[in-house]
Design a binder for this molecule. Structure first.
Ligand SMILES: NC(=O)C1=CN([C@@H]2O[C@H](COP(=O)(O)OP(=O)(O)OC[C@H]3O[C@@H](n4cnc5c(N)ncnc54)[C@H](O)[C@@H]3O)[C@@H](O)[C@H]2O)C=CC1
Ligand SMILES: O=C(O)C(=O)CO
Length: 334
């Protein structure tokens, strides 16, 4: 008989829904390490935080469900070598993170990142300068410095690195704002009317050279680690903004700091960092053209329910021997 072990344990409400979905299975919601150690021996399925110690005890495990989308901290060599199928929690965050990204884009386009700081100091200082403001008050007969200080989104190009569930939704939202959208991804999943052509990764330099906003929505994998270093930042326009909601390890933070200090790019918005929390003395905190959010791009009251639905759907498919909703490739880390 199939047996699912959950550790750390889930709350009673979630457990009831899991038990309803897994009626033909034994479900052990392990309250402590000793219970998990004992239950894993005969487990066929596991949901939660797997460790090398737990895996070493398992005799017939054939499915492991990770509680996160990203797998770089979940995987360990014994799990990669193990024949079990791994599934992850990707695909839940598409609209939530796309909203977060468009929030960054709008802030930069409207200079809100600067005005917010000025507001804290009761400072009235239009980007572009006082002289330009006087022009504007006299009547906007010509494009002045204030006008030039803002971006017109319909004239802008947004390039997406990793056009999966989150990247695809960012593309749709950016298009709705009239932006031109580009994307690179090793898998080609065109979005009609939004992103009719997805470029292979070798065209990343073309995307970097053509984009006003570059958004990283890819997972951390052996291929994407430090994908953004000095060379890639130099390939970006000096007027362009880098946005990273994928994983911190994809961007070399030292190279990014140098590029920002040198004015090689216009700014950056970051939700994820090589080291989290970002150390309090890091120079990025003090930069006017940098937006920092503390790994909260996925925050939404909807996510817990989607998380549970993905788990229940994978349980249903496991019982019926169907292909999982979110299968992961252990070698590729996503
Ligand atoms: N900031 C946050 O709170 C969160 C961040 N994430 C990150 O977002 C990532 C993407 O999530 P989803 O869109 O749901 O996953 P997904 O699996 O639907 O999309 C990932 C896309 O990245 C592509 N990709 C893989 N290797 C690539 C490479 N070398 N270059 C460019 N693209 C590559 C894949 O082909 C896929 O299309 C996750 O792996 C995770 O790291 C996910 C959830 C929350
Ligand atoms: O699931 C993930 O990978 C996340 O980053 C959740 O915030």
């Amino acid at each position: 008989m199939k047996k699912l072990v959950i550790f750390p344990p889930v709350d009673d409400l979630r457990l009831q829904r899991i038990q309803d979905a897994a009626q033909d299975m034994v479900v052990v919601n392990a309250a402590d390490q000793a219970t998990a150690d004992e239950a894993i021996v005969e487990a066929t399925a596991f949901f939660g935080k797997l460790t090398p110690q737990l895996l070493a005890r398992a005799k017939q495990l054939d499915w492991v469900q990770s509680p996160t989308a990203s797998l770089e901290h979940y995987l360990f060599p014994e799990l990669v070598a193990h024949p079990c199928q791994l599934t992850n929690m990707r695909g839940l965050f598409y609209d939530v993170i796309a909203d977060h990204v468009l929030g960054y884009v709008l802030m930069f386009a409207r200079n809100s990142h600067i005005y917010l700081r000025q507001q804290m100091q009761s400072r009235w200082a239009p980007v572009g300068g006082e002289e330009a403001r006087a022009d504007f008050v006299n009547g906007p007969g010509q494009v002045n410095a204030i006008d030039r200080g803002a971006l017109h989104l319909a004239d802008c190009t947004l390039g997406i690195v990793g056009v999966g569930s989150i990247g695809g939704e960012i593309a749709c939202r950016a298009r709705a704002f009239g932006m031109h959208v580009l994307g690179v991804d090793p898998v080609r999943r065109e979005i009609p009317d939004v992103l009719p052509e997805i470029w292979p990764i070798r065209q990343l330099p073309d995307l970097l050279a053509s984009s006003d906003f570059v958004v990283i929505a890819a997972p951390h994998t052996p291929e994407t680690e430090k994908l953004f270093s000095t060379e890639q930042l130099q390939q970006m326009r000096d007027s362009a903004y880098l946005i990273n909601i994928g994983r911190g390890a994809i961007v070399d933070l030292g190279a990014l700091t140098t590029a920002l200090e040198a004015g090689q790019i216009a700014g950056a918005a970051l939700d994820v960092f090589e080291v989290e929390p970002l150390p309090a003395d890091h120079p990025l905190w003090g930069m006017e053209n940098v937006l920092i959010t503390p790994h909260v791009a996925a925050a939404s009251p909807r996510i817990a329910e989607r998380h549970t639905e993905t788990l229940l759907e994978n349980i249903r498919r496991y019982i019926n021997g169907e292909e999982f909703l979110t299968p992961a490739d252990k070698e590729k880390w996503f």
